[in-house]
Ligand binder design. Structure first.
Ligand code: FAD
Length: 513
């Protein structure tokens, strides 16, 4: 990829940021035929895009706020994602428990509208449930005050796996996508941006590159790039922190997810089965500092545990938590509104006088339309030849029809066959990296050789989800992962021990004190 960067004299579109938005733009631009380069300063989806609630959804909450346009668009995108990437996105049943008889009807009507809005891409019917059926479907639910429930369908996914697959799709469509490469400056001819300066974060090398247009898809770092373009730029992004707790599935057995429809701060809270664990969250806390490793606040952990425990027969205690992770929403500021939970979730596109196209806000679910809007604007502003968008029916890397989720390698989709072959050729690759983690050594080999994993953290946090599933086990697995990677990548023992230390420092933040 680095060699390709130096070969091209002028790129049509350079995208800064390798999260959902930037990767969506890279797939879009490359599939239209533009010479496309994407640069990510750390790893694909290192930012917010690996820290979501893992839902591909329209957003039931936004329906209650009356934002029908946004919900309809997201429901359409949900349907397309489940069609184009069925190995990483699937249908999941959600239950809203009702504590008063009228709630069942109230939420039932709302969720029927939700289903109708998804039109032909509906995932299935909304049903009202009796108290008995609700208890059968959610065995952990407390019967105290329970009057029944509403069952509806939505989507679930693995965010960083989808991000990696999008990077692969972009590359297959002709894009150059590179991680560990940071934008350090924008270069201009007159007032217009005509290039970028990138720094290879692994070697320190600086690359000066020409281009016709630049898309700023840097999430919570949006304002930093806009300030590089215009030092007088006034910030447009308000970061809002969301925290998730991960616990063993025994606290919430069954296949269904649960949605608590109204928390004390008027939001919703989910309990979602994910891989072999359950994800609980999230919060919405305004924060001042932006960081690639935001830290959960004790009050956020208390908030999640308190709310979830109101609904369960057995209390979940801090000691039961396997991992806790936080992400920052890049929300657009609205004059006079300080509470982040009421700020709009729609995305915003801004074309600056210099031609810089900034796209931010939105949701993972709508990454495709965000990518399309960014590329439409970049092509128009740079007067590129206009080509139509092709991503609506573009299959995402790994696509396979008839996904068998009981196969431990199902998440790799069509790559599973080649991974299986590696294990046939070298049976030791079947060995698990840790007794408490669902991953074998082969995932490390595959991550390094085919998925651009460069560090132990890339493997344990985003190629596999070990860090999010069980932080302690991930820390214990790190020396083995480092040693296999060092062998593959021809690295020294120093590199190995530095990698383990760096991973441990990050992973400590995923453990509760
Ligand atoms: C707690 C939480 C839960 C959520 N749950 C859901 C959900 O269930 N479903 C859903 O649809 N959406 C969800 N979202 C929203 C969704 O995750 C975000 O909208 C989306 O991930 C934002 O993607 P992004 O690409 O804009 O930003 P990011 O993922 O943050 O990507 C920006 C990237 O830019 C890179 N970057 C920054 N500066 C530079 C530079 N100078 N050079 C190179 N690279 C740079 C960063 O390293 C980063 O990787 C959730 C968000 C949060 C916070």
């Amino acid at each position: 990829m680095l060699a390709q960067i130096e070969e091209v004299p002028e790129w049509d579109i350079i995208i800064i940021g390798g999260g959902a938005t930037g990767l969506g733009a890279a797939v879009d631009a490359a599939s239209r035929g533009y010479k496309t380069l994407l640069a990510e300063q750390v790893d694909f989806s290192k930012g917010t895009s690996s820290r979501s609630t893992k839902l591909v959804h329209g957003g039931v909450r936004y329906l209650a706020q009356g934002n029908f346009k946004m919900v309809s668009e997201a429901l359409r995108e949900r349907g397309l994602l489940l069609k184009n990437a069925p190995h990483v996105c699937h249908n999941l049943s959600f239950i809203i428990p009702s504590l008063h008889w009228w709630q069942k009807w109230y939420y039932g009507i709302g969720l029927t509208i939700y289903e109708v809005l998804s039109g032909k891409l509906s995932l299935g019917k909304t049903r009202l449930l009796s108290k008995k059926t609700t208890r059968q479907l959610i065995p952990a639910i407390s019967s105290k005050n329970l009057s029944g429930g509403v069952l509806y369908q939505d989507g679930q996914f693995d965010d960083s796996r989808l991000a990696i697959n999008l990077a692969q799709t972009a590359e297959e469509q002709g894009a150059t996508v590179i991680n560990y490469c940071k934008l350090t400056a924008l270069t201009k001819t007159g007032k217009r941006i005509t290039g970028v300066v990138l720094q290879d974060m692994l070697t320190g090398k600086t690359l000066t590159i020409n281009c016709k247009s630049v898309i700023n898809a840097t999430g919570i770092f949006t304002d930093q790039v806009m300030q590089q373009d215009n030092p007088d730029h006034k910030p447009i992004v308000t970061p809002s922190q969301g925290v998730h707790i991960v616990v063993d599935a025994r606290f919430f057995p069954g296949k269904q997810a649960m949605m608590i429809p109204k928390t004390d701060d008027g939001r919703v809270l989910f309990a979602v089965p994910w891989h072999d664990k359950v994800v609980l969250g999230t919060t919405d806390t305004p924060v001042n500092d932006i960081s690639l490793e935001p830290r959960p606040l004790p009050v956020e952990i208390d908030f999640i545990l308190q709310h979830i425990n109101r609904y369960l027969t057995t209390d979940i205690r801090p000691g039961d938590v396997k991992s806790v992770f936080a992400g920052l929403r890049p929300l657009i500021k609205v004059k006079g509104k300080k509470m982040t939970s009421i700020l709009p979730r729609d995305h915003t596109t801004i074309v600056s006088d210099s031609g810089l196209v900034t796209i931010t806000g939105g949701k993972w679910t709508t990454y495709r339309t965000m990518g399309k809007h960014a590329v439409d604007n970049a092509a128009f502003s740079a007067k590129l030849k206009m080509y139509p968008c092709k991503t609506e029916s573009l299959l995402i890397h790994g696509y396979t029809a008839g996904v068998a989720t009981e196969d431990p390698l199902y998440i790799y989709g069509s790559d599973a066959a080649a991974i299986n072959q590696l294990m046939i050729d070298q049976p030791s690759l079947k060995e698990k990296i840790h007794p408490a983690l669902p991953y074998s050594k082969v995932a490390i080999i595959w991550g390094v050789q085919h998925e651009m994993a460069m560090t132990v953290e890339d493997v344990l946090a985003r190629r596999t989800r070990a860090l999010l599933l069980d932080a302690k086990a991930a820390i214990e697995a790190a020396p083995l992962v480092a040693s296999i990677m060092a062998g593959l990548m021809n690295k020294t023992e120093d590199w190995e021990s530095k990698q383990v230390k760096e991973f441990e420092a990050i992973a400590q933040g995923y453990l509760l004190p």
